[in-house]
Write a protein that binds this ligand. Sequence first.
Ligand code: ZN
Length: 167
Amino acid sequence: MPARPLVLYPDPRLKTPCAPIEAFDETVRAWAEDLLASMDAAPPRTVGIAAPQVGILSRLAIVDTSRNPKHPDGHGLLILVNPIIIAAEGEQIFREGCLSLPDYTANIRRSQKVTVRAADLSGQSLVIDAEGFEAVVLQHEIDHLDGLLFLDRVANVKTDLFRRKNA
Ligand SMILES: [Zn+2]
């Protein structure tokens, strides 16, 4: 279960909508292990990763907000196959970063609460109600599966996009 190299913007794979996963087999379990290993190899406090960020163009993502001690609430490790947002409400603006855009952060407007339906690695259905930070991360990772980056959601590049200080 090796960490895979990160796919960085502007690689076209990040703009490609990912294919649904239809078989819950060893291949998908191996992808999930690679994704988890890639998350472990990423900077500390990395709270989400999506399969296309390691070159797998299938609808698989991992969210684990417990990796950021500032955000102790949440469900812990979530391995999500074919996740979709089935309900959303409210609004929040949060400063987001992304492993595929290491030099930037941006203020992004998203729903305050979401309900996500997904499958786990055995194909069992999951329904997750999340709010606040965890809801942001879920929306961010599901966007990746649709070929969307936070850059695509920046309302005003002049005021909402920031270059990281160490970049
Ligand atoms: Zn990202």
